[in-house]
Ligand binder design. Structure first.
Ligand SMILES: [Fe+2]
Ligand SMILES: [Fe+2]
Length: 134
């Protein structure tokens, strides 16, 4: 069994967003596979890729929210910003050798995803479906 897997519950039926969520999961799983391995350059590379993709993903959702005047835009964006800032900080700490890739961090990313999905993305998905977004 994979460290991180999505179920039917986490599918929004909005192609671009579902695809980005799958990438998020895939990248966390790749980082999980590297735990305890002496591959600092690969770890740094994957952490950078992950934060880049996360940024793109958050912007995608935020652009949808702005375009369709979604009323919870600010609270949803705040959750994105908090996650991204923390993860960027962590990525920099790993790059400078102050911190190591660790299970706790990957678990917290997974937990964040599920909570965020349940409380924020799911509602956005319903809203966008009403607007006929596929
Ligand atoms: Fe979101
Ligand atoms: Fe999302």
């Amino acid at each position: 069994m994979k460290f991180f897997e999505l179920s039917e519950n986490e599918i929004m039926n909005i192609e671009v967003i579902d695809g980005q969520h799958k990438t998020f999961v895939k990248q966390i799983n790749e980082l999980y596979e590297l735990l305890g391995q002496d591959k600092p350059e690969t770890i740094k590379y994957l952490l950078n890729q992950f934060t880049k993709e996360v940024k793109v993903h958050f912007e995608t959702e935020e652009n949808f929210m702005k375009k369709y005047s979604y009323e919870s835009y600010y609270s949803h964006k705040l959750e994105h910003d908090r996650f991204l800032n923390k993860f960027l900080e962590f990525t920099e700490e790993v790059a400078s050798g102050k911190e190591n890739l660790n299970l706790e961090k990957l678990k917290s990313a997974k937990t964040w995803f599920f909570n965020h999905f349940e409380l924020n993305d799911k509602k956005l998905g319903v809203y966008l479906k009403e607007k006929n977004i596929k």
